[in-house]
Design a protein. Structure first.
Length: 319
């Protein structure tokens, strides 16, 4: 298999953690004694040192010509001056070197750079939840989703804040080489191979009043009983709340309605079973609370854009 060439573009003010994430994860796909699956190199717009968001600069070995050679280009979060909707001429010129069809990845506010260059026009994308309102105002032509950890729009992928770049890179490895390689990298780097939920769980929430009730007991029970079909009244009763109070508090704490949250948890559990077992789709549907294979297929199509069988073919760890 030819080595996949990855170019990471270090822009002024880059966040060092995000700059190093692609190299650490993609280059960890190589088991001892085997050829690497990716070659990751870092460049800047002029080949010179780059100021980071920390108290140091990074010296890179490549200039913008590297972008023309890449199969995948990654843009980590730059400094705030590059997220104002306009790009300096030298950044535009560097991005113009990217060949048509090259896969593009942005981490956190790196999406602002791709959007300002017109590379996200008409595409789905995400960025850090703190900046999505400003992103929408600057780039109304981009379909931004603030609730997810990352968006896969084919040859253009974007992630939310900071650690969501890890989720994105793990997803790309899984997409390129399957679950076995992704799980190997996860174990080696001590990161989750797949993280459930979206950015909503990290959004700042009001601090509950002292002694205030929470919907956690209902969520804990539901996770242990995904094959059940609890009513709102039953869920609210486990927290000692009225249905109205429970529904409002649940959305405050999770960013989702109880029904949406249950579907996501059932889908996540079904994905794990599809990846790690040879159980039939109908059996998994019953275990996860979908009731029938047809219902599970409909939810998979709505949530993931693929059927359970297609998902299993792509991500199964079983022989």
């Amino acid at each position: 298999m030819p080595q996949h060439q990855v170019a990471v573009l270090a822009l002024d003010g880059v966040i060092a953690f995000e700059l190093a994430t692609p190299s650490r994860l993609f280059e960890s796909t190589r088991p001892p004694g085997e050829a690497p699956l990716y070659r990751v190199r870092t460049c800047s717009v002029d080949g010179g040192p780059v100021r980071t968001s920390a108290d140091f600069r990074v010296v890179v070995d490549h200039g913008p010509e590297l972008l023309a050679e890449a199969d995948t280009v990654v843009v980590p979060a730059p400094g705030p001056e590059l997220t104002a909707g306009r790009l300096p001429a030298e950044v535009h010129a560097a991005l113009a070197r990217i060949r048509p069809g090259t896969r593009l990845l942005s981490i956190c506010t790196g999406a602002f750079v791709l959007a300002a260059a017109g590379l996200l026009d008409g595409r789905a994308a995400t960025t850090h939840w703190m900046h999505t309102d400003r992103f929408r105002a600057l780039f109304p032509q981009v379909r931004v989703d603030p609730d997810v950890l990352f968006v896969d729009d084919g040859d253009v992928l974007s992630s939310g804040g900071v650690a969501a770049g890890v989720d994105l890179c793990m997803h790309v490895i899984r997409r390129d080489h399957g679950s076995a390689v992704a799980n190997y990298v996860a174990r080696r780097c001590v990161v989750p191979p797949w993280r459930d939920g979206g950015q909503a769980q990290y959004v700042d929430l009001p601090v509950p009043e002292r002694g205030g009730a929470t919907t956690a007991p209902a969520r804990e029970w539901a996770l242990d009983s995904l094959d059940a079909s609890p009513s709102l009244r039953e869920l609210a009763g486990r927290c000692g709340m009225s249905v109205r109070t429970f529904t409002r508090r649940f959305r405050e704490e999770t960013g989702l309605s109880p029904g949406q949250w249950l579907v996501r948890q059932r889908t996540a559990h079904a994905r794990r079973l599809l990846e790690g077992t040879d159980l039939t789709v109908d059996h998994i549907a019953r275990v996860c609370g979908f009731g029938s294979g047809a219902s599970m297929r409909a939810h998979f199509q709505a949530e993931l854009g693929v059927s359970p069988s297609s998902y299993r073919r792509t991500f199964s760890c079983t022989p």
